[in-house]
Design a protein around this ligand. Sequence first.
Ligand code: SF4
Ligand code: SF4
Length: 102
Amino acid sequence: MECRRCGKCCIRPILKLCEVGKEDNKELEKWLTNYHCEVFKDDKFMYLRLPFTCSKLDFNVKSGTYSCKDYENRPKICQEYNCTQERMVTEVLEKFKRGELK
Ligand code: SF4
Ligand code: SF4
């Protein structure tokens, strides 16, 4: 799928943490305490939503699109990002907000 440069993947990004039941409580505590993440899950996975926008995200007022200021050196997680997959994660978040998940 072609990137529309909407920036959603870099604004309060959602990360898939682990399979449900396989969470490392110390790691989870770190995310909750240090980053004040939102944690939610579906029947398979646990997810984290970071409460901040990446500082490398740039907005072009003229075109109304976002880009990465450090694209060539962006982290591995950004290089491997699969928008279609993340869309599914976003849909899970929407379900969570509607109270359809625990
Ligand atoms: S990759 Fe990111 S910027 Fe591109 S369409 Fe997907 S969510 Fe938007
Ligand atoms: S480093 Fe670039 S691609 Fe990665 S989250 Fe930040 S702005 Fe987005």
